[in-house]
Design a protein around this ligand. Sequence first.
Ligand code: THU
Length: 158
Amino acid sequence: MKKANIVTNILVCSYNELTEEQKKVIDCAKDACTRAYAPYSCFSVGAAALLANGEIIKGSNQENAAYPSGICAERTTLFYAGANYPDTPVCKLAIAAMKDGAYITEPTAPCGACRQVILETENRYSSPIEILLYGEEKVYIVSSIKELLPLSFGKENL
Ligand code: THU
């Protein structure tokens, strides 16, 4: 028997240290938060996906009185991108969140279901997606969902 350790590589930085392109995608995710439909959780999440053609797709969480029928911002965004630009890879995905009218200070990480969908999107285009997690005090950057979803289940398992 032996112990195996999995390492997650995260870049921690401030908004000012980002490239102009990274800032633009984050700004879009912050803007998307303002259009969340989150009357039940009062937690507004925004996501923005930069596509390989330079377009940025925005989405937000859309809740439902029947709670499981709602959907997260990341999946709203990636499903829209996949449905409307099926041949265009996603290069970057930014996520921001708002609570009590203010952007959260610590970055919010995608939930398990969204991680699985981000993985599917990477696999679909055979292209890693840089993920930018925004917090007012710091930003986390990972170069691929594989950092956040190790030991994943994907098409190679079928
Ligand atoms: N939410 C997202 O939109 N993305 C995440 O990664 C985490 C959670 C939403 C779902 C729900 O509308 C609200 O945040 C509270 O869980």
